[in-house]
Ligand binder design. Structure first.
Ligand SMILES: N[C@@H](CCC(=O)N[C@@H](CS)C(=O)NCC(=O)O)C(=O)O
Length: 201
C-alpha cells in the first residue's frame, strides 16, 4: 500500500491509522506547496484534485478522502479495533465523528491557512472553530477517546487537525479535556511513529 501525504497535513490521520493497524506501507511525500513527488512526478497525475491523502492499494486501485481511507485501513486489521464493526450503530457514530471532524473542524481551519482570506473572515472563522472545539471539549468530559474507552481512527483525525490550532492562532489553551486528550493521543507509539516518519518530531 502507498500513502501519499504532506508532512503535518490532514494525511497524518491516515498515516497514524496505518501505524496503529500495523500495515506495511510506503509513505510518499506529495507536499501541498509543490504538488511534486520526490522523483519529480507531478502529483496531479496521481490525484487530479491535487490533495492528500491518497491511498494506493497493492492492486493499483486508488482511494481518496480521509474519512474513507481511515475506515478502509481500520477494516484491514479488524483485530486492532480501530473502528467498530460495519453495520453497527457504533460504526455510524464513528462516521458521525469523522464527518464532523472533516466538515466542521478540518475544513473550518482551511480559510485560516489562506493568506488571501480577509481579516474579518479570519476572525469569524476562528470564533466558529473555537465554538466547535469548545463543544468537543465538553463531549470529552470523562472520556478517554471520542468513542468512549477505545481508541478509533477518529481520534487520529481529531489529533491531526487540532495540531494546527497554534499555527493559525486558534486558542485552545482553556480546553482542558481536549488538551489532556491530545496529550494522550500524541503519546501513543503509533502516533509518535507516524509523526517521526513525517519528520515532525
Ligand atoms: N476532501 C479531502 C480534503 C483533503 C485536504 O484538504 N487536503 C489538504 C491538506 S490538509 C491538501 O492536500 N491541500 C493541498 C491542495 O488542495 O492542493 C479529504 O477529506 O481527504
Amino acid at each position: 500500500m502507498k500513502l501519499y501525504y504532506s508532512p503535518g497535513a490532514c494525511s497524518l490521520s491516515a498515516h497514524i491509522a496505518l501505524h496503529e493497524a500495523g500495515l506495511a506501507h510506503e509513505a510518499i511525500p506529495a507536499p501541498t506547496k509543490t504538488h511534486q513527488l520526490p522523483d519529480g512526478t507531478d502529483y496531479y497525475t496521481i490525484n487530479p484534485l491535487g490533495y492528500v491523502p491518497m491511498l494506493e492499494l497493492d492492486g493499483g486501485e486508488r482511494l481518496r478522502e480521509g474519512p474513507a481511507i481511515v475506515q478502509y485501513i481500520a477494516d484491514q486489521a479488524p483485530e486492532k479495533k480501530l473502528a467498530p464493526a460495519n453495520g453497527t450503530l457504533a460504526r455510524y457514530q464513528l462516521q458521525s465523528w469523522l464527518n464532523f471532524i472533516g466538515t466542521e473542524v478540518h475544513k473550518g481551519f482551511s480559510p485560516l491557512f489562506n493568506p488571501a482570506t480577509p481579516d474579518e473572515v479570519k476572525t469569524s472563522t476562528k470564533e466558529k472553530l473555537a465554538n466547535r472545539l469548545k463543544w468537543v471539549d465538553g463531549e470529552l468530559a470523562g472520556k478517554q477517546y471520542l468513542m468512549g474507552d477505545a481508541f478509533s481512527v477518529a481520534d487520529g483525525y481529531l489529533f491531526t487537525v487540532t495540531n494546527w490550532a497554534p499555527r493559525v492562532g486558534v486558542d485552545i489553551a482553556g480546553l482542558h479535556n481536549l488538551n489532556a486528550y491530545r496529550a494522550r493521543i500524541g503519546a501513543r507509539p503509533a502516533v509518535q511513529a507516524a509523526m517521526k516518519a513525517e519528520g515532525l518530531i
